[in-house]
Write a protein that binds this ligand. Structure first.
Ligand SMILES: Cc1cc2nc3c(=O)[nH]c(=O)nc-3n(C[C@H](O)[C@H](O)[C@H](O)COP(=O)(O)OP(=O)(O)OC[C@H]3O[C@@H](n4cnc5c(N)ncnc54)[C@H](O)[C@@H]3O)c2cc1C
Ligand SMILES: *[C@@H]1O[C@H](CO)[C@@H](O)[C@H](O)[C@H]1NC(C)=O
Ligand SMILES: *[C@@H]1O[C@H](CO)[C@@H](O)[C@H](O)[C@H]1NC(C)=O
Ligand SMILES: *[C@@H]1O[C@H](CO)[C@@H](O)[C@H](O)[C@H]1NC(C)=O
Ligand SMILES: *[C@@H]1O[C@H](CO)[C@@H](O)[C@H](O)[C@H]1NC(C)=O
Ligand SMILES: *[C@@H]1O[C@H](CO)[C@@H](O)[C@H](O)[C@H]1NC(C)=O
Ligand SMILES: *[C@@H]1O[C@H](CO)[C@@H](O)[C@H](O)[C@H]1NC(C)=O
Ligand SMILES: *[C@@H]1O[C@H](CO)[C@@H](O)[C@H](O)[C@H]1NC(C)=O
Length: 613
């Protein structure tokens, strides 16, 4: 065994001088040493690979299970976001039968490509609220997670660009709270659609419940505003495009290997009584060959909120009672691994409209191919739009009967800037129960629970690392969640009853129309709820310290896995409470901040070594 301290300061022994994108593990050399090995090239992994290699002396290997095809046209065309489910870019997970959803099994999309879920998501760009982050600071007892502390990172990652039509957007964003120099290009909708004026008029007609919010990324998202998204110049801006493409062939200290799974985290020694977890085993589906590599400084697991807990458990880090069922030897008994799954369930409400000038035109194959030709020519046209030009973040009224009837006691949201529900407003039909109607014109409101109290889990089914784990999100299993859904659906009906919609909305459509009484609303929700794909929380962070009882967190406040040396988790798994926001930007923020913590740790290790020699 070699001297750990000496290695912490010196950079890794490194043979190749060329940065490389390897197509499989057979191209890697077991003799090559890396300072950091990052597992998973999704939202968090892309950030880490970029930031850690800013120092030329730091050598990093990024391992991604999916391919490097992040510039595939299905990924790059914003309006094709709905077509990525069930493709090579999706892990094709499903949930267990959901008791809160009449026993239905839901597809559970996760990105399987360099860029991860940022390549298949719907691109909404939201940071979360001041209260979401301040609650994280409170739970971890670490002010570094407060809104004030993360705000500089939120700006650092962003590059706000004008929309395609170059309209004046001073009423749509408050430029003072945005970043203008970061890697992730973002913007407001490419151009205006036929319902925009009506939505904005509604905020003037019903300002108490649906106030206008000029910028939902200011820390206070409450109200209705223009959708910020990771679409720029008509092209999806994935984590891979933003953080990896610009450096892939340039930085000699970064290796990326795709089509390669990390199948196990390996103990490489002990430091005092703690296991040192600096080894990884790599393999490919269907292959019996494995390759073992070690990191001199850290292994960082960024495989996302489904695969990260699975990998930890397969490696002996988890609830020992659960691990022993599969004869997995426990290395660290960490009961929080795989628990505390949180997600945002939603339904859609569809309305028929008295106007043919809506985005329903895209359901016509001829029109779509014309639009695709335009997109191919200049990245413009209808396919450049996000899936709704406005988004609203709404709180239940203080005196809402949901609080008393559900028995929650205190409000489960993070605070007054965190929404209980969200609506996404789309100028056309979007449904999740089959193809769109062949004729007609529609308006669709997504109704999303953003501060749910249901908690699910990810558990192992087998010890096969290529088999999916058992995913049980437990949607709508608490009175608070079903009552909030009921209340939110009624809220959307108040929204569309504003005078702004007179002569435009002509009625409700489909099963939504029949859902009027409390019982009908609950039945509608249980029959139609799906997920907006924000799974989080399955390796939750807690306060630093050695206590590892259930509920205290599996990670220190700096995201090191408790009870181990050399291992961190950095991805959407870490949130103890799901932010009341779409989760890609919160994940980017976490990874940006932790990149600095990792750099600081390395610098401190060097100083210590210098002082002792
Ligand atoms: C369909 C969909 C729509 C969404 N819409 C939005 C939206 O509009 N706005 C928003 O903000 N968020 C949205 N999200 C959520 C957002 O994309 C995720 O929260 C975010 O990408 C999570 O980042 P992550 O780093 O935790 O995981 P991911 O981005 O999923 O990355 C994990 C990566 O690890 C890889 N991996 C997994 N296991 C292994 C292994 N064993 N070895 C090697 N590699 C491995 C995966 O292939 C993947 O590339 C959506 C997600 C989906 C799926
Ligand atoms: C998901 O399913 C599709 C369709 O069967 C398949 O082509 C794709 O390879 C699958 N994805 C993965 C990661 O296996
Ligand atoms: C922080 O959390 C504690 C419980 O752990 C709670 O009592 C306190 O009110 C919280 N403070 C804030 C500011 O949220
Ligand atoms: C589809 O659009 C084309 C071109 O606008 C039009 O000619 C055709 O009638 C449309 N088809 C249907 C089924 O509406
Ligand atoms: C809540 O208060 C508003 C006015 O402040 C009132 O109109 C409404 O009826 C109240 N709701 C309940 C459930 O008490
Ligand atoms: C996972 O959740 C289900 C449903 O709530 C529960 O029955 C099961 O015991 C949980 N498993 C673990 C390991 O917590
Ligand atoms: C668990 O594994 C068994 C045996 O391989 C398989 O039949 C079953 O479908 C798996 N369950 C899930 C939820 O993946
Ligand atoms: C539909 O719109 C036209 C004018 O645009 C209007 O005359 C008519 O009354 C509307 N119909 C309904 C049902 O609102």
């Amino acid at each position: 065994m070699f001297n750990t301290i000496a290695v912490l300061c010196a950079s890794a022994y490194y043979l190749s001088a060329r940065a490389a994108l390897f197509q499989g593990p057979s191209h890697l050399s077991a003799n090559k040493a890396y300072d950091y090995i990052i597992v998973g090239g999704g939202a968090a992994g892309s950030v880490l690979a970029n930031r850690l290699t800013e120092n030329r002396d730091v050598h990093v290997l990024l391992v991604e299970a999916g391919s490097s095809n992040f510039e595939d046209i299905l990924i790059e065309v914003p309006n094709f976001a709905g077509r990525l489910a069930g493709t090579q870019f999706d892990w094709n997970f499903t949930t267990t039968p959901q008791p809160g959803l009449e026993g239905r099994v839901l597809p559970f999309e996760r990105g399987h490509v360099l860029g991860g879920s940022t390549c298949i998501n719907f691109m909404a760009f939201t940071r979360g609220s001041r209260d979401d982050w301040d609650r994280l600071a409170n739970v971890t007892n670490d002010k570094g997670w407060s809104w004030e502390s993360i705000f500089p990172y939120a700006k650092k990652l962003e590059h706000l660009v004008p929309p395609i039509d170059r309209r004046d957007i001073s009423d749509e964003v408050d430029i003072r709270v945005h970043g203008l120099h970061g890697p992730v290009h973002a913007s407001v909708p490419a151009f205006l659609v036929s319902t925009d004026d009506r939505v904005i008029s509604t905020t003037q007609q019903l300002p108490d419940e649906f106030p206008f919010n000029r910028d939902m990324n200011s820390g206070d998202p409450i109200g209705i505003g223009w959708t910020p998204s990771t679409i720029a110049g008509g092209v999806r801006q994935s984590g891979a495009l933003s953080y990896l493409k610009p450096i892939l062939s340039i930085r000699q200290n970064l290796d990326v290997v795709v089509n390669t799974h990390v199948t196990k985290l390996l103990q490489t020694g002990s430091v005092g009584k703690l296991p040192e977890m600096r080894g990884v085993q790599l393999s490919q589906p269907g292959s019996k060959k494995t390759l073992t590599l070690r990191a001199t400084k850290e292994v960082i697991v960024s495989a996302g909120a489904v695969k990260t807990p699975q990998l930890l458990m397969l490696s002996g880090i988890g609830d020992s009672a659960e691990l022993s069922k599969l004869n997995i030897k426990t290395i660290v008994d960490l009961p929080d691994v795989g628990k505390n799954l949180q997600d945002h369930p939603f339904v859609t409400g569809s309305f028929t409209v008295n106007n043919t000038n809506t985005l329903d035109v895209l359901n016509n194959a001829t029109v779509e191919s014309q639009q695709l030709a335009i997109w191919k020519k200049n990245h413009g046209g209808l396919l450049a739009l996000p899936s709704g030009n406005q988004v609203g973040w709404i709180r239940l009224p203080k005196n809402s009967s949901v609080f008393s009837e559900s028995g929650v006691g205190t409000d489960p949201s993070a605070g007054p800037t965190s929404a209980h529900w969200e609506t996404i407003l789309f100028d056309g039909f979007i449904g999740f129960g089959g193809p769109p109607p062949s004729t007609g014109n529609f308006f669709t409101a997504f109704i999303v629970l953003t501060s749910p109290t249901s908690r699910g889990n990810v558990t192992l089914n087998t010890t096969d690392p290529f088999a999916p784990p058992i995913i049980n999100p437990s949607y709508l299993t608490t009175p608070f969640d079903i009552l909030t859904m009921r209340s939110a659906i009624r809220g959307i009906r108040r929204f569309t009853s504003a005078p702004a919609w007179d002569g435009w909305i002509t009625g409700e459509f489909g099963p939504f129309k029949q859902a009027q009484s409390d019982e009908q609303l609950d039945a509608f929700a249980r029959a139609n709820t799906v997920t907006i794909n924000h799974v989080s929380g399955t390796v939750r962070v807690g306060k630093s310290g050695s206590v590892v009882e259930e509920g205290t967190g599996a990670l220190d406040s700096d995201l090191k896995v408790k009870g181990t040396v050399g291992l961190r988790v950095v991805d959407a798994s870490i949130f103890p409470f799901i932010p009341a926001a779409h989760t890609q930007v919160p994940t980017y923020i976490v990874a940006e901040r932790v990149s600095d913590l990792i750099k600081a740790d390395a610098a401190n290790a060097c100083k210590k070594e210098a002082a002792s020699s």
